[in-house]
Design a protein around this ligand. Sequence first.
Ligand code: IVH
Length: 674
Amino acid sequence: MTREEAKKRIEELRELINYHNYRYYVLNDPVISDAEYDELFRELVELEKRFPEFITPDSPTQRVGAPIKEGFKPVTHSIPMLSLQDARNEAEIREFDSRTKKFLGLSTREKIEYIVEPKFDGLSCEIVYRNGVIEVASTRGDGIVGEDVTPNVKTIKSVPLRLLKREDLKIPDLIEVRGEVLMSKVDFEKLNRELIAKGEKAFANPRNAASGSLRQLDPSITAKRNLDFIAWGIGLTEGTVVKKQSEILELLDKLGFKTSKPRIVTNNIEEVIEFYREMEKKRDTFIYELDGIVIKVNDLDLWEKLGTTARSPRYMIAAKFTPRQRTTKIVDVVYQVGRTGTITPVAILEPVEIGGVTVSRATLHNFDEVERLGVRIGDKVLVQRAGDVIPEIVTVIKDERTGNEKPIEPPKECPVCGASVVREGAYYKCVNASCPAKLVQAIRHLASRNALDIEGIGERTAALLVEKGLVKSLADILYLQFYDLLKLPGFAEKSVINLLKQIEKSKTVPLDRFIFSLGIPNVGEHTAKILAKQFKTLDNFLNITYEKLLTIKGIGPETAKSIIQFLKEPRNREMIERMIKAGVSPKPIEEPKSVDSPIKGKIFVFTGTLDSMTREEAKKIVESLGGKVSNSVSRNTDYLVVGKDPGSKLQRALSFGIKTLNEQEFLELIGYKK
Ligand code: IVH
């Protein structure tokens, strides 16, 4: 290959790689396989190795550069990066509309066109492109001067190193692209787990994590953090004309950026408010933290007329959602004992209302977490409640300590049975095998929907059964008598009859659910299914050996060991024997029937509620047709079935380009008729 040929091929490869990078990271819609992409990349690396004189800083091979030696250099923004005024509710959104009209001399009847975008919570950043090539990227800083973080921003895969070439568009001579650097909620949690495992300090929220990851002197660290960039505006431009904010975002879309979506354009403030409500309802379904929406006057001529105050423009406002974090005080710490004896510290709080719910307890998870937070009784803390997640403590406000705070002592004994405790990793555990707290949780598990499904035994009833001495071992559940139950507070004749019916029904559940109900450590629903398929009958299962278990696909040594340990324990054997005596006779698991069903081998995930059936029913149908159902979306998922009020799985599936089905499409696919 001559130098000329090499130069040409290098250019071609860069163009191709940039394009496929864009398809993958910006559109989430790749058109070649990972292997094909890797091949192009390798070819470019090879050629650049042979002809290093052709390496340029915007080559896709140069995303991760050398460490920054002398700290971040200051960068003065050509146009200051202002901040936004806040609206905290619907009334303040309407006020913004009237205020803007008044300023422009419009009557209340006249309309202004608005564009409304989500407000993702990250850190703002400006990236300058000259003649289509990335030149410098900086943080907002104080709005006038930011920090040069170019090598780090270049590691973000959704940031183009070169603007996308298109037939229908001239690349601007200069464009300063502004947007948000973000870390997803999932990546934030993963990063924190890793940091804690290494004994390092965790981040309080995804925004801080994004900021900390971007402001690293070694870009190879930033590269590992999986940051994203979503563009929402521009600074200075040369060689391009735009008249509206909507055109700015369309231009940025075309140049190869992710832009803030979903967005609406409307001249009706009530529609703006409708969008605000809808996005607040859906905020948990986004992979990024969303703290509000941004309402912008669409026409850029009006921006000129409206101008700015000292700190913020008059033509935009951030409408914030109800905050999910509040400060309060820890008044005490209590301990909860789980099914396996794990003791969880729980903070008792001075009650505060967060997002419409009164919060008076927050989990402290375990003692590593207590140490990480450095939390004490009496501390003022920031508490967070998101969706249906258990409230947790984000940070301790140490500046407000009075000196009277008391350290949180680890439990010296089990708070329920008084037996001694041992520390296992981050957790303290009760050593007493027959601790009533463990039994209560074990009953709850046994009776739960995906186990024996005994409706009517929740936490309260389970606690009553143990407290009144009616249940001393799980098997006792199957021997409960009418008159014993009738004595329980809150139980009338009818409810007792119902409960006994439920118990009778539970004796013939499929084998996998029976195995799952036993609460064997490391045996979840999935493993229970593997075991039931393999062994077919309870008798076979009870006579397994460690060696045989190891030959089963999907069962590792750890799980095998815990199954054998469980079955060897005389107390457990006796419990199962008594269950069988009471009439327990699990059914063999149903094997998928149809051989050429269209969904054979396909992996389904469900989100939201279905009208025509429960999740459990849908799962059974899919499995009977040879498909699989998984709880979480991964790249291997074939279909996401989207019901009413979908959760965050939808966003994740969309980001992987996974096919989604609405309920009707799903029913058609499985050939379901009412
Ligand atoms: S426009 C004058 N649009 O929110 C600043 N900002 O609280 C113009 N943000 O500094 C900002 N999403 O970092 C705009 N769609 C969006 C945004 C957005 C997030 C951030 C941005 C800004 C901060 C203001």
